[in-house]
Design a protein around this ligand. Sequence first.
Ligand SMILES: Nc1ncnc2c1ncn2[C@@H]1O[C@H](COP(=O)(O)OP(=O)(O)OP(=O)(O)O)[C@@H](O)[C@H]1O
Ligand SMILES: [Mg+2]
Length: 233
Amino acid sequence: MIVVKDLKRYYGSGETAVKALNGVSFEIKKGEFVAIMGASGSGKTTLLRILALLDDATEGKYTIRGLQVSNLPEAERSYYRLTQVGYVFQDYALINEMSAAENVYVLSMMEGKSKKEAYMVALEALDKVGLKDKPDRVPDELSGGEKQRVAIARAIAKKPDIMFADEPCANLDTRNSQQVLEVFKELNDKYGQTIVMVTHEPWHVNYVDRVITLEDGKIISDEIMSERGENNI
Ligand SMILES: Nc1ncnc2c1ncn2[C@@H]1O[C@H](COP(=O)(O)OP(=O)(O)OP(=O)(O)O)[C@@H](O)[C@H]1O
Ligand SMILES: [Mg+2]
């Protein structure tokens, strides 16, 4: 699904350059649910942003489903990012003036779907995250966990090849975190959604197949938690 080879990302140049990623290589199979862990500043967000095509690597190559996305021209990168990559942010990044359904379907409409078609796609996605009864609520009328589930619905509505989440539970209490993690696990179990999630919390590893740990821009461990992902190659 994803093949990453010797990825490097330096900020600045010369002796003062920060080596945020300093030669990272790994493969992620279709249907895997992977956690990226590591101390603050170890390069987790940098890695996720590069893989989701939100940032460029300084060196190295990566392919998603055999497509060399690291070298795509910008127009194709934008199209790929919009249609094939789901990204969930720590702070939800919802539009406050829009209802849950509108937040989800705004992206489908950018793809050229009609409003009615986009609304149906949004309802289906909200159903998958357990929110089909709240399509008309605006973010202020939702709990933190519900807001994050709307953001997940927005990410899955386009049926992405791969979904990235950067500390999706960082602003949530334990109960809401559990609900969000259950949603990820169900998307992974039931629909085979490939997910790469950054987290700090050791208990979150109970939900994933595999844990990759970074330290100072390098992988220091890569541990399989179960063999679930093997069935979906
Ligand atoms: N735009 C930038 N300019 C310069 N240095 C940066 C920039 N973004 C990140 N860095 C540096 O790169 C390194 C990796 O940062 P990154 O945000 O990837 O860490 P992280 O593992 O996500 O940390 P956290 O757990 O705190 O979110 C850090 O040393 C950081 O200070
Ligand atoms: Mg980070």
